[in-house]
Write a protein that binds this ligand. Structure first.
Ligand code: C2G
Length: 135
């Protein structure tokens, strides 16, 4: 059977990988047949959040790459290169968490753009805070 090969792309830092990250990867993968994940570079993270991630770039890439729903990963080095990354991967769908709601609507001429609700009650920032309290 000639099955269409639908490509999904999503982006994120995925620092201190947690269940919210896994949930979005699983839900993103369900939109197609292949899931490519742009993992933010350490440099981009400094630019976005003003601090280095806890887990370095090669470690975050390796963790995301080996998650079951993920076909492959690439480095996202600029928020402004989204259009290029989508074209490079022949994306049919861009999936983002709804903390980015509306921010990537201008990419709708390249592919479908879907925003999914975040998993409640967990974040990298809260996890770092909890770990610090154990000191
Ligand atoms: N996420 C989620 N639920 C949480 C936490 C995160 O669904 N409780 C999702 C986010 O919405 C995002 C993905 O997991 O889609 C990765 O989250 P972050 O690592 O925080 O991503 P961010 O730093 O916002 O980078 O180009 C856009 C950026 O690279 C996104």
């Amino acid at each position: 059977m000639n099955r269409p090969n639908k490509v999904v792309v999503t982006f994120g830092t995925f620092d201190v990988f947690h269940i919210g990250h896994l949930n979005i990867l699983k839900r993103a993968a369900a939109y197609g047949d292949q899931l490519y994940v742009g993992v933010s570079s350490d440099r981009l993270n400094m630019e976005k959040k003003g601090r280095a991630p806890i887990y370095a770039e090669p470690e975050r890439l390796a963790i995301v790459q080996h998650m079951k729903p993920v076909t492959d990963v690439f480095v996202e080095d600029s928020l402004d290169l989204k259009a290029q990354y989508l074209r490079d991967h022949n994306a049919d769908v861009l999936v983002m968490g709804n903390d980015w709601e509306g921010k990537f609507d201008h990419l709708k001429d390249i592919c479908e753009v879907v925003y999914l609700p975040r998993t409640e009650g967990i974040s990298t920032t809260e996890t770092i805070y909890k770990i610090k309290k154990y000191e």
